[in-house]
Design a protein around this ligand. Structure first.
Ligand code: GLV
Ligand code: MG
Length: 356
């Protein structure tokens, strides 16, 4: 085991100092694009101000004979685009693929100073993160980088879920973890054929009526991902990193997409992947606390003074624990408002209305 004293030491001579805290930067939507697709790449400058994170995808959905074009395309996009306050991430190919090594070597050497986070797919345990951690340190040292590139793991193997706590704790580079429902379903041998979302067959049925009759028994569709998301959120929160819902593949079903994103938000996730522009507005709406909730939270914080004791507001009991919940909501709202002027205005308006 690595000594706790060494945890924040660079893993290669000349590599930047590891961070002690994951910087909280808005990442409500991690918008995926194929950098080898010239039409898509041309839209990036216009897209950048609309999203919190742009992610150049090199892995699944990029055909084997397009891998090199995607990697070269990402280098070109990163060099030629002014991203403003938008983060640039990439998803490299899986560590057992023929492309992962060149992905890391090329990207860190060529655009390491522009890259905020490397998303690593199909992570099976802390050993995968340790491998990437050391390699990134060597490459950063060689490229003369002054700030460490962070690492994000996709939770999409059964082994990964079984070891999610050790993955979250594996390195000070760990920025966060996303649910990868499509690969996870395959890895677990689930019998679905979808990318995220529910399934009509996964349900609970009401008890039979006490007296025989023809009252139909209601069924309630259940959430296939509840257990995994809750476990991921706990692992992330315990280790000070950020949890995300991953992809929702039914682009047309904006309602179910919004529901899945909202469940994840309420459970503690800070964002989701967006695979199509239509999902960007959904993620912005869902992962920004509602203005009336923020106004309420501010009211509670004010009424609670130093945060101890208990007060009643509108017949609802508030104490230290609700005070802390309200601080989470207000802290997030303030961080998002600093980047999103429209949201800042909505929060100010709701706050004024609540004080009237
Ligand atoms: C994402 O990569 C997934 O497999 O769901
Ligand atoms: Mg996957």
């Amino acid at each position: 085991m690595r000594s706790a004293k060494d945890f924040f030491r660079p893993l290669a001579v000349g590599a930047p100092e590891p961070l002690r805290e994951v910087p909280f930067r808005p990442s409500r939507m991690i918008h995926f694009f194929d950098p080898g697709n010239e039409k898509m790449a041309a839209k990036i400058p216009a897209l950048a101000p609309q999203v919190d994170v742009l992610l150049g995808n090199l892995e699944d959905a990029v055909a084997a004979d397009r891998k090199e074009a995607a990697r070269a395309g990402l280098v070109a996009v990163a060099r030629s685009t002014d991203f403003g306050g938008t983060q640039l991430w990439t998803r490299i190919n899986s560590l057992d693929s023929p492309w992962a090594l060149d992905d890391l070597v090329t990207l860190v050497s060529e655009i390491g100073d522009r890259l905020d986070v490397v998303m690593v797919p199909k992570v099976e345990g802390a050993h995968d993160i340790h491998y990437v951690d050391r390699l990134l340190a060597q490459l950063e040292a060689r490229a003369g980088l002054t700030r460490p590139i962070l690492v994000h793991a996709i939770l999409e193997t059964a082994a990964g879920v079984a070891g999610v706590e050790e993955i979250a704790a594996a390195s000070p580079r760990m920025q966060g973890i996303s649910l990868g429902p499509a690969d996870l379903a395959a890895s677990r041998r689930m019998k679905t054929t979808r990318v995220g979302g529910g399934h009509p067959g996964y349900l609970v049925r009401q008890d039979p009526p006490q007296t025989p009759g023809d009252t139909p028994r209601l069924t309630y569709q259940q959430d296939l991902w509840h257990y995994t998301i809750a476990r991921m959120v706990d692992a992330c929160a315990a280790h000070g990193i950020l949890p995300y819902y991953g992809p929702f593949g039914d682009i047309q079903d904006v309602t179910a997409c919004e529901d899945q994103f909202r469940n994840a938000f309420l459970l503690g996730c800070v964002g989701a992947w967006t695979l199509h522009p239509v999902q960007i507005a959904i993620a912005r709406r869902v992962f920004s606390p509602a203005p009336q909730d923020v106004a309420w939270a501010r009211q509670v914080i004010e009424a609670m003074g130093d945060g101890t004791g208990a007060v009643m507001i509108d017949g609802k009991m508030q104490d230290d624990a609700t005070y802390k919940q309200c601080q989470v909501v207000v802290g997030l709202a303030d961080a998002l408002a600093a980047r999103d002027p429209e949201l800042a205005e909505a929060y100010a308006t709701a706050d004024k209305a609540a004080r009237r």
